[in-house]
Design a protein around this ligand. Structure first.
Ligand code: KG4
Ligand code: ZN
Length: 333
């Protein structure tokens, strides 16, 4: 089965082709225009998707060496995400599916992030714990099987990716903040500034990053007067505070559930310190998985991959389904 996947939930216009669980081609156009505003401007993002979607889809098909006639179905991100940007992808997919008489499925973006780990290791076995860390979500999931997920805990306020993005803004760095803080912090001392690590010794599987952001804001207010601490030190210390909490809570989730396999998903999973720290703090008998870097941040491959699984299971969505900006994970408890 060959499936075209389309992703437009935020500021990446992406398309990919998956055939029998293998990604034949993936194309991502990251909208650079938002950098000048320090964050995603929803209306501009929708217009940019409108502008590039056609090209991105044709490029993906071309790279895969397939034509529309070779497709057996289309998968598109239905939510969660920005209503306007989701609409561009969903309308495009519906037009294509309706016009060509192809089956269509609307995929949950978060579920697709989790399943990107099967692209990293097709032998991955249920059940496992997923630390889902993106721009909009910080959650711990107990993944039992396809369509059966238990939420173990989540952030009370900002998501980890949001903490990176807002922190970068305070530090005068570009959007998206995660890669910028990681880059600048590479030369810094992670112990130079002691930032708060909310709930780190608390038994509850909850996160909070808003206090950390405020602490950074206050710290930077009189930064020039601090002399010996460099911007790299601050970035490195800020990053360490976020990662320490994520790793501590992931360990706790593994302990509580008795699970021996964990995966990391979402844009923040691209962070090298997080990847390293999860691997080195867990004993060797724990299996730790994270997708390739380009499959951590938003992409069409994860949509095509999960869409194919659902299409193979016989799912067909009607052509009139709405977008769901707050789409919950299907089968979540
Ligand atoms: O999954 P994603 O591409 O989009 C959402 O679904 O939200 O995640 C985007 C988030 C942004 O907040 C970005 O700053 C963060 O992922 N991110 C990173 C890194 N690369 C992207 N955070 C930390 N380190 C990175 N290397
Ligand atoms: Zn995402």
């Amino acid at each position: 089965m060959a499936v075209l996947g389309i992703e437009t939930s935020c500021d990446e216009t992406a398309a990919a082709v998956c055939r029998n669980g293998e990604i034949l081609a993936t194309v991502v156009n990251s909208q650079e225009i938002h950098r000048r505003y320090g964050g995603v401007v929803p209306e501009i993002a929708s217009r940019e998707h409108e502008r590039y979607l056609n090209t991105v889809v044709w490029e993906a098909l071309g790279k895969a060496g397939l034509s529309l006639n070779d497709l057996n179905g289309i998968a598109v991100t239905r939510g969660p995400g920005l209503a306007g940007t989701l609409l561009t992808g969903v309308c495009f997919a519906k037009g294509l599916a309706g016009g060509r008489g192809l089956p269509l499925v609307g995929v949950n973006h978060l579920e697709a992030h989790i399943f990107a780990n099967f692209l990293a290791d097709p032998q991955l076995q249920f059940p496992f714990i997923c630390l889902l860390v993106s721009g909009g979500h910080t959650q711990l999931w107990h993944v039992m099987e396809l369509g059966k997920y238990r939420l173990l805990g989540e952030s009370r306020d900002d998501a980890a990716g949001e903490a990176f993005d807002k922190g970068a803004r305070i530090l005068g760095l570009k959007y998206p903040g995660g890669p910028e803080i990681e880059r600048v912090g590479r030369e810094g001392d992670p112990t130079a500034v002691v930032f708060p690590r909310a709930f780190i010794n608390d038994q509850r599987l909850e996160f909070s990053f808003s206090g950390l952001k405020t602490a950074l804001l206050y710290y930077m207010n009189d930064f020039d007067a601090k002399g010996r601490v460099s911007l790299a030190d601050v970035a490195s210390s800020y990053q360490a505070a976020i990662i320490d909490v994520l790793v501590a809570k992931l360990r706790q989730a593994l302990k509580t559930t008795g699970a021996r396999t964990c995966v990391i998903a979402g844009g923040v999973a691209a962070n090298q310190l997080l990847r390293r720290q999860v691997r080195t703090t867990l004993p060797d008998e724990y299996k730790v998985l994270y997708p390739d870097l380009d499959l951590c941040t938003d992409n069409g491959a994860m949509i095509a991959y999960l869409g194919e699984i659902y299409l193979q299971a016989g799912r067909r969505d009607p052509l009139d389904f709405p977008v769901e900006p707050n789409f919950p994970l299907p089968g979540a408890q």
